[in-house]
Design a protein around this ligand. Structure first.
Ligand code: UDP
Ligand code: MG
Length: 318
């Protein structure tokens, strides 16, 4: 590796059907790297790699073309679509030994590329993890902004250690990436894993921009699944909640039983169906809810014990 004065920096960007944004993103990232090299801030071996997550459009042929035209652009093609988190992991683990630090960034230019330099300066001053944090969410829809706020608050309540308003825009030093390589979980939630690794961290702030082109690959359904995965992978709080709900209901049932016995004793028995049928429905509902949460965790255990590989690499271009 190069010395700390001019480190090799790699930028890793997962892409799924990004033919509309890639021509622009590759040119921008290449220019930024070339500029930092020219100003002697980073090594000329620095690069940006696009990880094609099994795209169905022309993404890979664009990556191949850009890799041959632009000095600092590389490409990695996965065998199939594995999702943003695993595609990012594939890029990080494949290239961690070829750089002193890697920066992960979305391909759609929503993460402001101008803070890359700030991240590198912090890294050079000895910081291992630099988190990109969104200043405000003005460009997100009202709905996305508020569901995101709910998500971060929920995570905080459940004692999951994540950085507020940080998505997956961050720099990790090689030793952080080596630590990441030791996590074998299939249900990846990088925003939760990286803070648990530790080392010294810092934040840089940026404005989240509009998607450059194309559509979001994270519709509400996928966002909700992602958030739920984040909760269940890092917290047993929902299970605890089940226990608490169960206890409270048991307590009310005891009161009810006491009342029924008292009514029987005084001979004041009303043959009402309400008191019989309502609790039945109510308890049935609560039980199903609790089973559902238990089931989620069992499903998670199932997918983890299989220890399946998280991605396969098809090929790479330089
Ligand atoms: N992405 C991916 N695999 C997928 C879905 C998305 O690699 O299965 C990439 C996508 O190309 C983009 C990043 O993940 O670079 C974030 O996706 P997107 O911008 O659609 O999400 P949003 O910003 O709307 O949350
Ligand atoms: Mg996006």
């Amino acid at each position: 590796m190069e010395n700390n004065h001019k480190p090799i920096i790699g930028v890793v960007s997962p892409c799924y059907n990004e033919e509309l944004v890639l021509p622009e993103t590759s040119v921008q990232l290449n220019a930024i790297i070339a500029d930092l090299v020219a100003r002697n801030i980073i090594s000329e071996k620095s690069f940006a790699v696009f990880v094609d997550d099994g795209s169905k459009d022309k993404t890979w042929s664009i990556i191949e073309e850009k890799a041959s035209q632009l000095t600092h652009i590389k490409g990695l093609k996965l065998a199939g679509n594995v999702g943003h988190q695993k595609a990012l992991l594939a890029g990080l683990l494949t290239f961690k030994d070829e750089a002193d630090a890697l920066i992960s960034i979305d391909a759609d230019l929503q993460d402001d590329v101008r803070v890359i330099e700030e991240m590198i300066i912090k890294y050079k001053s000895g910081i291992d993890v630099v988190y990109g944090v969104r200043k405000e969410r003005a460009t997100d829809t009202f709905f996305k902004r508020n569901t995101a706020l709910l998500f971060y608050n929920l995570m905080k309540k459940m004692k999951v250690n994540i950085i507020h308003n940080h998505a997956d825009y961050r720099l990790c030093s090689q030793r952080v990436l080596n630590a990441l390589a030791e996590f074998g979980e299939v249900n990846l939630f990088l925003r939760g894993i990286i803070p648990t690794i530790g080392f010294n961290k810092d934040l840089v702030y940026y404005d989240r921009l509009e998607r450059f082109a194309g559509e979001s690959k994270y519709p509400f359904r996928k966002m909700a699944a992602f958030a739920w995965n984040g909760v269940t992978s890092f917290s047993n709080y929902p299970l605890k909640l089940v226990t608490i709900i169960g206890f409270v209901i048991f307590f009310f049932c005891l009161l009810m039983t006491g009342y029924a016995l008292f009514a029987l004793y005084t001979g004041n028995v009303v043959p009402g169906w309400l008191s019989t049928v309502l609790p039945m429905y109510f308890l049935g509902g609560v039980q199903l809810f609790c089973f559902g949460i238990l089931g989620e965790y069992i499903g998670k255990i199932y997918s983890e014990v299989k220890q399946r590989p998280r991605y396969f690499i098809d090929k790479r271009v330089e």
